[in-house]
Design a protein around this ligand. Structure first.
Ligand SMILES: Cc1cc2nc3c(=O)[nH]c(=O)nc-3n(C[C@H](O)[C@H](O)[C@H](O)COP(=O)(O)OP(=O)(O)OC[C@H]3O[C@@H](n4cnc5c(N)ncnc54)[C@H](O)[C@@H]3O)c2cc1C
Length: 408
């Protein structure tokens, strides 16, 4: 990698690092100038021995998440971040986009798991800090800086990852509520009682109807309800009783289904997991993957639905990870708008996110697609600091130009 970057730097050739190419904001694909080198990291797929003394592992940036999970689980550990693209996403791509996934409420995002790194700067210099010390207060957190940098500051080649104990007992519950507001309040109360909670996902009646109309199959309950919360808890002993007691104490619960087996859990997840496919079949949807503070989630969603559906021909669907405020806003009908109409819609939805104190990118990063809206989530001073970092580490601007920040 160092050799490739040295040659590219000498000739001023742009380099686009690419892992599993599962990011959806155009960060891993070069522009259409035809001048860039795509540097695939997929052969950097080594997985080191599990270090039991520290609960860590060093892996190549091109290692696929599912492979790292398999190695960790064989040793009684697990990778704290999990996501649906696990069979293709690389650990380097996950770090470069600061991936979140299904267990953020318990373990945080990739930035919290990366304890050390090896990376190559634009001129070919190799930086390595792979010790994985939990206490290491020796200056700037370069690993943290590279997490979320989307291939614009360096190419990651190895990562030292934090692992967590593999928890043998897991329970899934689907809880029905009279409204999204009641669901969010209920989730907050349940989380206080259940520290082993790993996942909290929501969907609403309109999404359930769309999935059932598109794919058929049974409803999760014998009648529809306005809002649904999927909870998953995991522990060294069975967390079912603790979760049941917490759900039982919360006001407003209309119905509950519980599963302790993988098959039962898959049945409870079915409607939620088919949302993206159902929207794809009805679409193409215009997607906004955003975060707002959990306390403002209901207000944001109500305003977003109004704002979208006030425009003739548009329908707004939403679902997401209630535990971390990550809402997937999907707009159907936007393909009928002209470029100006689509831009106005993007500006209105993302502007609302900013007004509510949210982030325009919860997952995937900024890439090319959201670059021109970054100012909604970052102040002019922050943007200037980011530009200064980019200029310092990549003075020729050859690393992923046009991604995250505008090209110079
Ligand atoms: C079905 C599906 C589900 C998903 N679920 C989630 C989810 O729950 N949470 C979430 O956060 N994301 C999710 N994603 C998005 C995506 O999987 C993640 O962003 C993932 O981390 C990208 O990894 P990748 O290897 O595919 O990276 P790529 O898509 O190849 O690259 C992504 C970015 O990282 C840069 N990059 C890649 N490798 C390196 C490297 N070694 N060094 C420097 N830069 C690099 C690229 O240049 C690009 O900017 C999902 C995607 C799909 C398709």
């Amino acid at each position: 990698v160092s050799g490739i970057l040295r040659v590219c730097a000498a000739h001023g050739v742009p380099v686009v690092a690419q892992g599993g190419n599962t990011g959806l904001v155009g960060g891993s694909v070069p522009d259409d100038s035809g001048t860039a080198v795509v540097l695939s990291t997929r052969r950097l797929d080594g997985i080191g021995d599990i270090d039991r003394t520290q609960g860590q592992v060093t892996v190549g940036a091109g290692a696929i998440l599912a492979g790292v999970q398999q190695a960790a689980r064989a040793a009684g550990f697990d990778v704290p971040v999990d996501l649906a693209a696990r069979q293709s996403a690389t650990v380097g791509g996950m770090a470069a986009t600061n991936a979140g996934g299904l267990h953020v409420i318990r373990h945080g995002t990739m930035r919290q798991q990366v304890l050390g790194f090896e990376a190559v700067l634009a001129g070919g210099e190799v930086l390595a800090h792979l010790g994985g010390l939990l206490k290491d207060n020796t200056g700037y957190d370069l690993a943290g800086l590279l997490c979320g940098s989307e291939g614009t500051l360096a190419v990651l080649t190895r990562l030292r990852l934090r692992l967590v104990p593999l928890l043998p007992h897991r329970v899934t519950a689907l809880v029905a509520w009279p409204s999204l507001e009641a669901l969010v309040a209920g989730f907050v109360a349940i989380r206080e009682q259940v520290p082993s909670l790993e996942t909290a996902e929501y969907f609403v009646a309109a999404g359930e109807e769309l999935v059932l109309e598109t794919f058929g199959g049974a409803r999760p309950f014998d009648r529809p309800y306005p809002a649904y919360l999927i909870l998953e808890a995991a522990g060294p002993s069975d967390p079912t009783e603790l979760l049941a007691a917490a759900v039982g104490e919360v006001p407003g619960v209309l119905d509950v289904a519980v599963a302790g087996s993988a098959a039962g859990s898959a049945a409870l997840w079915r409607v939620r997991e088919l949302h993206s496919e159902a929207l794809g079949a009805a679409g193409p949807p215009r997607k906004y993957d955003v975060t707002v503070p959990v306390g403002r989630l209901t207000r944001f969603v109500d305003a977003a639905v109004r704002l979208v559906e006030d425009r003739p021909g548009l329908v707004c669907h939403h679902f997401g990870h209630v535990g971390d405020g990550n809402v997937h806003v999907n707009v159907l009908g936007a393909e009928a708008l002209d470029d100006e109409g689509r831009e106005a819609l993007d500006g209105a939805v993302l502007g609302l996110v900013a007004e509510e104190g949210g982030s325009i990118s919860a997952e995937h990063g900024i890439g090319r697609l959201k670059r021109d809206w970054l100012h909604l989530s970052r102040s002019p001073a922050e943007l200037a600091a980011m530009r200064a970092l980019k200029d310092a580490l990549d003075p020729m601007g050859i690393l992923n130009p046009g991604v995250l920040l505008p090209p110079v």
